[in-house]
Design a protein around this ligand. Structure first.
Ligand code: THU
Length: 128
């Protein structure tokens, strides 16, 4: 399953709409029911409206009625890790899950949502 997820993230990367940064990102998330949802970054001339690949994939899955996630893969040229905003969204929607970062040559880095966002603020902090 991990190789299918990597393939999906790598393929999604080809769809990136990144005409401003030219930094193409693909992501793919696996659900507990075994489905895969993919996403890519979608930029905007109003730069702050850009949506990252990780959030595109997760929002797509949520919109399809999926809300339990088991693994996330992010594919970039150089295997970088998710931005801060995406880390917060990953924590919100996925909780603690394994995350694989892949670069163009196939080199993988294995991490997790809590490793990327230690001491995260989340639902549990809002009180009753
Ligand atoms: N980007 C992502 O898609 N995910 C990240 O976690 C980091 C940044 C995108 C946003 C923008 O389109 C481009 O990469 C450069 O920042």
């Amino acid at each position: 399953m991990r190789s299918k997820l990597i393939e999906a993230a790598t393929n999604a990367r080809k769809n990136a709409y990144a005409i401003y940064s030219n930094f193409h990102v693909g992501a793919a998330v696996e659900t507990s029911s075994g489905k895969i949802f993919q996403g890519c970054n979608v930029e905007n001339a109003s730069y702050g409206l850009t949506i990252c690949a990780e959030r595109t994939a997760l929002v797509s899955a949520i919109a399809a009625g999926e809300n339990t996630f088991t693994h996330l893969v992010v594919a970039t040229e150089n295997g970088v890790s998710p931005c801060g905003a995406c880390r917060q969204v990953i924590w919100e929607l996925c909780g603690e899950i394994p995350i694989t970062l892949v670069d163009e040559t196939g080199v993988r880095t294995e991490t997790s949502s809590s490793e990327l966002l230690p001491q995260a603020f989340g639902q549990q902090d809002l009180g009753s």
